[in-house]
Design a protein around this ligand. Structure first.
Ligand code: C2E
Ligand code: MG
Ligand code: MG
Ligand code: MG
Length: 272
């Protein structure tokens, strides 16, 4: 039978393990940054109406010595806790802009920003600097932020977002519909795009609710004059529904998986 004392011991052991794990990951992230072990994979975004590629989203991957990859979902939260997200995020921006500047087609490049990066006053200056350095035209860069970034300090965040827009870059709301304040964040800042979270796609076949919500978000986008991109499109049925409902853009495995090579993921899109 458990006693308070053994509970506390278990708790301390578990905490120790969590602390050790975090230290290991932090050292690993530092090492990865110093030794060029991060990669960006690109996933295409396409116009529903024309099927044409409109842009690519850069997705971070941590390459392991055995050639496998660690998913950003497994290390970004730790990088955010320890502050490592700042140098990593800067690396992502610089690499994404430099690679996009060398693409044969002038597609748009979308880059994810952590709320931690957004609370940093230096962000607009850093973005400006990177655009100059890489020669990427500002209108080709889109920054994706989630609504959690807006919650903590709405006024400060919108101030930074406005400065970013003054540079000529666009700002998209990512994972729309999953947070606590989706609608009020739309009121706080004029986003250039809304990315509807992929959970609505995966639940599309499950019942009438998801369909109703998707319709409502598309209507909202229309009246606010903000284009809607649906994330996580995996089936022809989902694509057909989105087309019928007037969704603007799509992204998902049906059109192309994230790939190291932009051209490669293009040919997959044509095959789909
Ligand atoms: P996100 O920004 O919402 O990115 C979309 C995620 O959905 C990606 O996962 C992508 O691989 C996945 N996905 C795309 N199409 C489909 C589909 O049809 N079905 C399913 N089931 N999934 C699909 P990934 O690459 O594992 O990234 C996860 C999250 O990690 C991203 O979500 C983003 O929040 C974060 N992330 C990725 N790269 C970065 C980065 O450079 N910086 C920051 N701060 N966060 C990043
Ligand atoms: Mg994103
Ligand atoms: Mg998303
Ligand atoms: Mg997501």
């Amino acid at each position: 039978k458990a006693s308070l004392v053994t509970d506390i011991c278990f708790y301390e052991e578990a905490m120790d393990e969590a602390v050790r794990q975090r230290r290991r990951v932090t050292l690993g992230l530092r090492e990865a940054l110093d030794n060029d072990r991060f990669e960006l994979h690109y996933q295409l975004q396409a116009s529903v109406e024309t099927g044409e590629v409109t842009g690519y989203e850069a997705l971070l991957r941590w390459r392991q010595p055995d050639g496998s990859y660690i998913s950003p979902m497994d290390f970004i939260p730790i990088a955010e806790e320890t502050g490592m997200i700042l140098p990593i995020g800067e690396w992502v921006l610089r690499r994404a802009c430099a690679e996009a500047a060398s693409w044969p087609e002038p597609h748009r490049i979308a880059v994810n920003l952590s709320p931690i990066q957004l609370s940093h006053v230096d962000l607009p200056r850093m973005v400006h600097q990177i655009l100059i350095e890489t020669g990427l035209s500002p209108h080709r860069l889109e920054l994706e932020i989630t609504e959690t970034a807006m919650i903590s300090d709405m006024e400060r965040t919108t101030h930074i977002l406005r400065q970013l827009k003054l540079l000529g870059v666009s700002v998209a709301m990512d994972d729309f519909g999953t947070g606590y304040s989706s609608l009020s964040t739309l009121r706080a800042f004029p986003f250039d795009k809304i990315k509807l979270d992929r959970t609505f796609m995966s639940e599309l076949d499950g019942g009438p609710q998801s369909k109703a919500i998707i319709r409502a978000v598309l209507a909202l986008g229309e009246s606010l004059e903000i284009p809607i991109l649906a994330e996580g499109v995996e089936t022809q049925e989902q694509l057909a529904f989105l087309r019928e409902q007037g969704c603007d853009e799509v992204q998902g495995y049906l059109l192309g998986r994230p790939a190291r090579d932009v051209g490669l993921s293009d040919s997959r899109a044509q095959a789909a």
